[in-house]
Design a protein around this ligand. Structure first.
Ligand SMILES: *Cc1c(COP(=O)(O)O)cnc(C)c1O
Length: 385
């Protein structure tokens, strides 16, 4: 039994801690594809690294523990993780996704799984009555993000889990924006948690990885089979880097969120800013629900400048905050969802869900907040028409 109670400690001591043979405090990088067997049918428990690798296994045990699930699975990217989860379903099934999910999640359903007649429906999952009405007999799962990308829309995860359970279907949460340090969907009754570990879990913008955690042994067996059969596994070196990143998740996120709260207040009070989306602001959509199900509002902020400002000039004028896809790294990043992360969603669908051409998304890093605010201030001034 673990000799600690708190997530902040589990980040460092959780999963399979260190190496029993040498006492090394870190799990070694087992850079091997295969394992010698002592005789026919006599192996060490390790046979082939697609099926299992000790470094990956340490990471998988760690994320399972952090999310409070029965088993974890590591993949070569967040999209590989999402793809593996979607292969739990079959032709004729339908998956409900929340409006403004990650663009790649929409794309893989719309352009890949559609060819296999696994269909999807976009539903505003923050509207629970609408969600319930949308469940037809072919719907086999509800996949939500809360906060959802990029409008930071909050969905009541416990309510979604309950609706799914009542209908005998699966609830799936993409927990990338929150991480288990801020939000633990399985404790709210959710069946499957997905991560793009490329973001906060890795935390240093130096790897691409995906994770899945499930809450029961039957699902765990099915996913282990899918992971081995389809093969999109994470390599040992990236597994090591991810374990290393997760150790500092707590201290990083404390600073990310402290900075984000200050940046959100700064933008909210700025006369050039028309609208701020940040779940930590008391007047934000779903503020009370988020407060109940998550530790705080996280570190992602979206906003719109008023019409007197040119967003092209705003992006050009930023000196410290880098224009880039991705999020969750120690450095602050800015992006234009309509032409970048959500460009794969057709404009009419984007407009319908509120991803306007004027929307700016910020991933607040852990730099000194005064430098970040100064950069935003000068870029806003520079962008005035
Ligand atoms: C980035 C991201 C993904 C995709 O993950 P990759 O690691 O880029 O494949 C999925 N969901 C969310 C919310 C993301 O931000």
């Amino acid at each position: 039994m673990a000799n600690y109670k708190k997530t902040g400690t589990a980040l460092i001591h959780g999963g399979i801690y260190g190496d029993k043979v040498t006492g090394a405090v870190n799990t070694p990088i087992y850079q091997t594809s295969t394992y010698e067997q002592h005789g026919l049918g006599e192996n060490t428990g390790w046979e082939y690294s697609r099926t299992g690798n000790p470094t990956r296994a340490a990471l998988e045990a760690l994320i399972a523990e952090l999310e409070g699930g029965t088993a974890g699975f590591a993949f070569g990217s967040g999209m590989a993780a999402i793809t593996a989860v979607l292969t739990l379903f079959k032709t004729g099934d339908k998956v409900i996704i929340s409006s403004n999910v990650y663009g790649g999640t929409f794309r893989v359903l719309d352009k890949v799984f559609k060819n296999f007649d696994l269909s999807y429906e976009i539903v505003d999952t923050s509207d629970l009555a609408l969600l319930e009405r949308s469940i037809t007999p072919d719907v086999k799962a509800i996949l939500v993000e809360s906060p959802a990308n990029p409008l930071l829309t909050i969905t009541d995860l416990a309510a979604v889990a309950k609706i799914a359970k009542n209908n005998g279907i699966l609830s799936i949460v993409d927990n990338t924006f929150m991480t288990p340090y801020l939000q633990r969907p399985i404790e709210l009754g959710v069946d499957i948690v997905i991560h793009s570990a490329t973001k906060y879990l890795g935390g240093h913008s130096d790897l691409v990885a995906g994770l899945v955690v499930v809450n029961d042994t039957v699902l765990a067996e099915r996913l282990a089979f899918i992971q081995n059969a389809t093969g999109g596994v994470l390599g040992p070196f990236d597994s090591f880097l991810l374990i290393r990143g997760i150790k500092t998740l707590g201290v990083r996120l404390d600073r990310h969120v402290e900075n984000a709260e200050k940046a959100a207040a700064f933008l909210k009070n700025h006369k050039a800013v028309k609208k701020v989306y940040y779940p930590g602001l008391p007047d934000a959509q779903g503020y009370e629900i988020n407060k109940r199900q998550a530790k705080n509002g996280g570190a992602m902020i979206s906003f719109e400048l008023d019409e007197r400002h040119n967003i092209r000039r705003f992006f050009k004028a930023l000196k410290l905050i880098a224009l880039a896809e991705s999020l969750g790294g120690v450095e602050s990043l800015v992006c234009h969802p309509a032409s970048m992360t959500h460009a794969s969603i057709p404009k009419d669908v984007r407009d319908k869900v509120g991803i306007t051409d004027g929307l700016i998304r910020l991933s607040i890093g852990i730099e000194d907040i005064e430098d970040l605010l100064a950069d935003l201030e000068q870029a806003i001034a520079e962008s005035e028409e």
